[in-house]
Write a protein of this length. Structure first.
Length: 456
């Protein structure tokens, strides 16, 4: 064990499935009763339908990290073949299929993200006392490895012959789409069989006995287990001595209870170029699993500490201790602690009012430049270009307000700050005094709209 601050960290974690269940990461179990041993391999998959994974995918990846720190090699599967069909699970309409070059480009970026996730996750675990010499190496695969060379006739003879249409139609995702106006294409209908073949291949050739997926993947996981049972009877030799099983992880929502994901257009992307670490950190304050304001699902902190934090949150909800801790932990897991330090510093400068650019201009300027590197809200501008320019004009030109008159209204209402100083004069201009000795001017509107002017 290790003392971290006032926190006692146990480096020998409890059994995997027990730990996941206590953290709310295990909703339903499909298939055989889980094995008593800790020595088994699990996998989770994602199709490259976008250039990045999102925070919803993270819920399924975290069990893989828990497995890795216990010495078992997890598998992350990229659906470079299944992406060509489109998974109907959790969707009301058929997914638009991307051009093949875009699918491959997405897969390459997601592979890089997965490597980064396991790298950051390993550092994250070590920070809390887990020993790296116990860690296993993760595997990242694509299902094109075994599906691209599988002919249609071979597929039908192997998988189709062992599938039962009555069971396929009974899946909730299929029934819902069959009753819709758009209906269900044969490609989408077949998706569950192709994903089932993924599980069979990983089980029979790579000894992976457990599949992890979101609640909407229950039918696909069950289809894989059923196919393994049928094919194992035909080819029983060299099969793992443990029956296959799977489990689902809970739905991720925002504070309003809305699902987070690509299909509903409110994703928090893991790629820093698609969701900046700063925005990721801010939005994680509003993420929840179920009704839990502090989700222990994302972190490796001891459950006793999480219970203590949750109790403090309930006693003083106005302090938002739970949400602040959640945002900190998830950002550290996804982007690393150095990035976390930058965004925490930037948050303090921009919103707390406790730090002033005037008090430590060199330090705070560099922190902000680091935190907002390549962010469109950081605008480089010559000092002479903004000197004597009206604040309302700057706001309009940089989309802080739709018009100059509305910018003036915001100023009159006291809603605009420059370097944490409220501006109330609608005729206010950028003066020499404002920019003397400054590298940055920060125009802030409300709680989360701002513009950083880098003076050159």
């Amino acid at each position: 064990m290790r003392l971290y601050g006032r926190l006692l960290i146990h480096v020998h974690p409890p059994p995997l499935l027990q730990d996941l269940a206590q953290r709310g990461l295990l909703v339903q179990i499909a298939g055989a009763a889980p094995p008593n041993t800790e020595n088994f391999r699990i996998y989770a998959g994602a199709d490259p339908t976008a250039p990045s994974l999102h925070i919803g995918n993270l819920v399924a990846l975290v069990p893989l990290l828990h497995s890795l720190v216990r010495g078992n090699s997890p598998t992350a599967l990229i659906g470079t073949a299944t992406v060509q069909l489109g998974d109907p699970s959790g969707r009301n309409t058929e997914r638009s299929i991307l051009a093949q070059h875009q699918q491959l480009a997405n897969a390459k970026r997601i592979e890089s993200q997965l490597h980064k996730f396991f790298e950051n996750g390993s550092h994250y675990a070590q920070h809390y006392g887990y020993h790296s010499n116990n860690f296993a190496a993760p595997e990242i695969r694509t299902n094109a490895e075994w599906l691209n060379n599988l002919s249609f006739l071979d597929f039908m003879a192997t998988i189709g012959r062992n599938a039962r249409v009555s069971q396929m139609i009974a899946r909730e995702s299929v029934k819902a789409r069959l009753q819709s106006d758009q209906g269900l294409s044969f490609a989408e209908f077949s998706y569950q069989l192709v994903q089932a073949f993924d599980f069979w291949t990983l089980y029979s050739k790579h000894k992976v006995i457990c599949q992890v997926g979101g609640n909407d993947q229950w039918g696909n996981i069950s289809a894989g287990i059923d196919l393994i049972h049928r094919l194992s009877q035909v080819s029983p030799s060299n099969m793992p001595n443990v029956k296959p099983f799977g489990f689902t992880v809970p739905l991720l929502t925002n504070s309003a209870g809305q699902k987070l994901g690509k299909s509903v257009g409110n994703s928090l992307w893991l790629d820093p170029q698609m969701t900046s670490p700063f925005d990721f950190y801010q939005e994680c304050h509003f993420v929840a699993i179920g009704t839990n304001p502090y989700s222990s699902s994302f972190v490796l902190l001891p459950l006793s500490y999480i219970s203590h934090l949750t109790e403090r949150h309930h006693n003083s909800p106005e302090e938002r201790l739970a949400q602040k801790s959640l945002a900190k932990e998830v950002t550290a897991l996804v982007h690393g602690r150095e990035i976390l330090k930058r965004v925490e510093k930037a948050t303090s400068i921009l919103f707390s009012g406790n730090e002033s650019l005037e008090n430590s201009p060199e330090t705070t300027s560099e922190d902000l430049l680091d935190a907002f590197k390549d962010d469109e809200r950081l605008v480089r501008i010559h000092r002479g270009e903004i000197l004597s320019k009206s604040v309302s004009s700057i706001m309009k030109e940089n989309q802080l307000a739709p018009s100059k008159s509305q910018a003036e209204q915001l100023i009159a209402n006291g809603g605009i700050h420059i370097n944490n100083q409220m501006i109330t004069d609608v005729r206010a201009v950028i003066s020499q005094q404002m920019i003397d000795g400054q590298k940055l001017l920060i125009l802030r509107y409300g709680k989360n709209k701002f513009l950083i002017l880098y003076l050159i």
